[in-house]
Design a protein. Structure first.
Length: 309
């Protein structure tokens, strides 16, 4: 449990940098092309390391499920994230990146039968307050945008949060049957294929953007650390911990994202940001605490399934 939790926590901290860094280079690179190249590189890394093509070793009855994994974990996530970041402030997008637990705990209960505890609802409420404080002034440094543009951008950045919740649910089902490297290989490669036709259309309409050493460096970071490393940590951790617990650890993601947004864009945190960070860590502590000794200890459906497999 501890090992799996640490893996997700590390992935969340690395993921936090994705939003401000992506926003930094979207001024020069078209959004769909950026997402396509990011996951094409990541997919090639796993295909080379595994010495196999997508869907190799995957049972016929599971291929549709792998397609869903790529749709949620790459295609829809990237479209919502990259287009949303065109208008959404970096600190607001980082704030909203902590919302997958709102979707995941409900989806895990509906689709996986995971038990919901009162402490989880209390932690969600506390973490949301912390996220609101951490966000500070979401419109800071964005006076060149109209209020409706900022709202649309923020709403679009909610799309990948729901998509990530669905990815976690779908990935948990496959993680008991397939190695996490196979899951990563097919998620990236199939997701890149889904993005390819839209990237071609975008290139015809808008061109290829303006590339320099900075955009290339950020693309390399997003493809390796924010894709290969983080998805590997996440998928391997799902064999050890329930998906609902993993989703709560995503609350660490806005911390690093908000700090980097402050450094890159000067978006203020102030004392409210410090208080929000403290509330997030308190909420995490509450979630990680075991149930009372006088209550019967029951494993979640996800944990039981992992044990049987």
């Amino acid at each position: 449990m501890l090992k799996g939790s640490l893996r997700v926590a590390l992935a969340a901290l690395i993921w936090g940098a994705a939003y401000p860094l992506t926003k930094l280079i979207l001024a020069d690179v078209p959004p769909v092309q950026l997402g396509f190249l990011r996951f094409l590189i990541a997919g090639l890394i796993f295909m080379i390391s595994e010495r196999s093509l997508p869907l190799h070793g995957v049972a016929t009855e599971d291929r549709k499920c792998f397609g869903k994994l790529a749709f949620w974990g790459v295609f829809l996530l990237i479209l919502g994230m990259n287009f949303g970041l065109v208008w959404a402030p970096g600190i607001a997008a980082s704030l909203l990146s902590g919302t997958p637990p709102l979707f995941t705990v409900i989806l895990a209960a509906i689709l996986l039968g995971e038990k919901l505890r009162a402490v989880q609802f209390n932690s969600i409420a506390m973490a949301l307050v912390g996220l609101a404080l951490l966000g500070g002034d979401a419109g800071s440094g964005k006076t060149d945008l109209l209020p409706w543009q900022i709202w649309v951008g923020c709403l679009l950045t909610l799309v990948p949060q729901f998509a990530w919740a669905m990815y976690g649910i779908t990935g948990k089902r496959l993680s008991a049957k397939y190695h996490w490297r196979t899951i990563c290989r097919d998620t990236f490669a199939l997701g890149a294929l889904m993005l390819l036709p839209f990237a071609v259309i975008e290139a015809v309409i808008t061109g290829f953007g303006s590339w320099n050493w900075q955009t290339a460096a950020v693309l390399f970071y997003l493809a390796t650390f924010n894709s290969v490393v983080t998805y590997s940590l996440w998928n391997s951790a799902l064999k050890m911990i329930p998906v609902s617990l993993a989703s709560f650890l995503i609350y660490l993601q806005p911390v690093s994202g908000a700090v980097l947004s402050y450094i890159l864009f000067g978006e203020s945190l102030g004392w409210a940001g410090a208080a929000g960070t403290a509330l997030i860590f308190i909420a995490l502590t509450m979630v990680l605490l075991p149930e009372s000794a006088d209550k019967p200890q029951t494993k979640s459906a996800v944990a039981q399934n992992s044990g049987r497999e």
